[in-house]
Ligand binder design. Structure first.
Ligand code: SF4
Length: 303
């Protein structure tokens, strides 16, 4: 594996960035109680920057964690044409961690079932999930860790709002759709831009994700572009959106299953600040406060 030596500046940047990512991952783990003593965590490794970063940061955290937990890296080789099967084993051997490469020709199934030119991602992901769940069961894993990050979660929220009529994002921790596994997303508080830079500095041996020949999900790409444009015009916008996802006020939305609007009467008192949410100054102040708070968290800028 070829790697280029880092300059002193890059080494300093890497150390600061790694510290911040570790802090963010530690914060998410604590907030959602993602990892407990005795856990056996199956870390899903796709060969993309996010899952490499996830494994690397979890390994670092394990060194200093006050609890004991195991990490097992798992990659699913879906038999896509041109998949460089030597890359992950070569990399994982250098880490000295238990790993498994599971071979399942889901590519052939997808090609067989989906007509040429149609999107293959939905069936492909379903098959991949099924294989990963089976593997977790065989390994006796108590949790499955996935490499989705903060920006994936915000994009999913927007996708669901624009195309699904639901205010729903990607859960930081939840039970899998077959009801058997706890799925965790320890990168929930990490920014994609920082994971990209981390991947560059760490020189992860990235495996391209377009080997299957499928088009990227255009809706997600459009949302990503829209969010990045907004953020360029008004820096802090994405930050504020994620803060909002952790600060939900059901009484000021419209879901009567989530909040008992029917029982409100004049004796209910002021609920969550009362009816002031449309006041311009209120919104500006809360936005400024949230960006100020986030800026304080991000004092060590690396890029
Ligand atoms: S891009 Fe290819 S490998 Fe990825 S989910 Fe879609 S079909 Fe599967």
């Amino acid at each position: 594996m070829n790697s280029t030596a880092l300059t002193d500046i890059q080494k300093t940047q890497l150390s600061k960035l790694e510290k911040r990512l570790r802090h963010n991952v530690g914060q998410a783990i604590a907030e959602y109680n993602m990892i407990e003593d005795g856990d056996k965590i199956m870390v899903c490794l796709s060969g993309g920057k996010d899952s490499y970063a996830l494994l690397s940061i979890l390994m670092k955290l394990k060194e200093s964690a006050p609890i004991n937990f195991e990490l097992i890296a798992v990659n699913l080789d879906q038999k896509q044409p041109g998949f460089p099967e030597h890359i992950l084993p070569q990399y994982l051997d250098t880490l000295g961690i238990e790993y498994h490469i599971v071979e399942e020709d889901t590519y052939a199934i997808v090609k067989d079932k989906i007509p040429e030119g149609k999107t293959t991602c939905s069936l492909c992901s379903r098959l991949r999930r099924a294989v990963l769940y089976k593997t977790a069961k065989n390994l006796g894993a108590t949790k499955i860790a996935l490499g989705h990050h903060r920006d994936d979660m915000i994009e999913t929220l927007m996708l669901n709002m624009f195309y699904g009529g639901k205010m729903k994002a990607m859960p930081a921790k939840l039970v899998s759709d077959n009801g058997e596994h706890v799925v965790i997303r320890p990168l929930a508080f990490c920014k994609e831009s920082e994971l990209i830079y981390y991947g560059e500095l760490k020189q992860f041996p990235i495996i391209p994700c377009n080997l299957c020949g499928s088009q990227p999900n255009m809706q997600r790409q459009n949302i990503k572009r829209m969010l990045n444009d907004w953020n360029e015009q008004s820096p802090g916008r994405i930050e504020s959106m994620f803060t909002a996802m952790r600060n939900i006020v059901p009484s000021h939305l419209c879901d009567s299953n989530l909040f008992d609007f029917k029982s409100i009467d004049s004796s209910s008192g002021v609920i969550n600040g009362g009816d002031v949410a449309f006041d311009e100054s209120e919104i500006n102040n809360s936005f400024n406060n949230s960006t100020k708070h986030n800026n304080e968290l991000n004092v060590i800028e690396v890029k």
